[in-house]
Design a protein. Sequence first.
Length: 217
Amino acid sequence: MNYERLYSYRFRGIDQEGRVAVWREISPHVHGLMGNPQKVLDPAAGRGEFIGAVPARETWAVDEVSYPEAAHKPDTKVIVSPIMEAELPEGHFDGVFVSNFLEHLHDQEAVAAFLEKMHAAMEEGGRIAIMGPNIRYCADEYWDCADHYVALTHVAIGEHLYAAGFEPERIIPRYLPYSFRGILPPSPRLTRLYLNTPLAWRVLGKQFLVIGRRQSV
């Protein structure tokens, strides 16, 4: 599948500057929920909206597509490669953020293999945060994406994390709205208000956020 063309079509008409501005609010919020790690990997970084705004000392971005317009910080280590082929330092990261990626893997075994690779790249006690569409709350939209292969809920993510050697610490079934085409507009002010109003998550949230702590296995 030509992912570059696919995502160009999918995100047509979406203001990239607006996306970046909204992620400047989301990234610090997620970072805080993770315990403020300082060596952070985004293994499916896309255009770098998260990793470009996360307040960490060291940042790594991996994606199999190169985006010239990516919002990386100048000192971010950028690797253009499928994540399962990327060379990562062993036991290095204290934070990994996975956003809207696992549903693109071809089956549950691929999800397990990916999480095992993340476990190997992280130091003991580090935290991984996984965000993605929760099919329990967005089944009517989930299969509209040509590259969605695996249906996941917050419960399944907790199981996957534990099986891969993580202890699930926080499970939020409903966190962000489904997409930037949804109810949440690309407004930093409204995003900040939304993030500070957990009751709104229970109404508008269609994506889970699950945080696990790396254990030795």
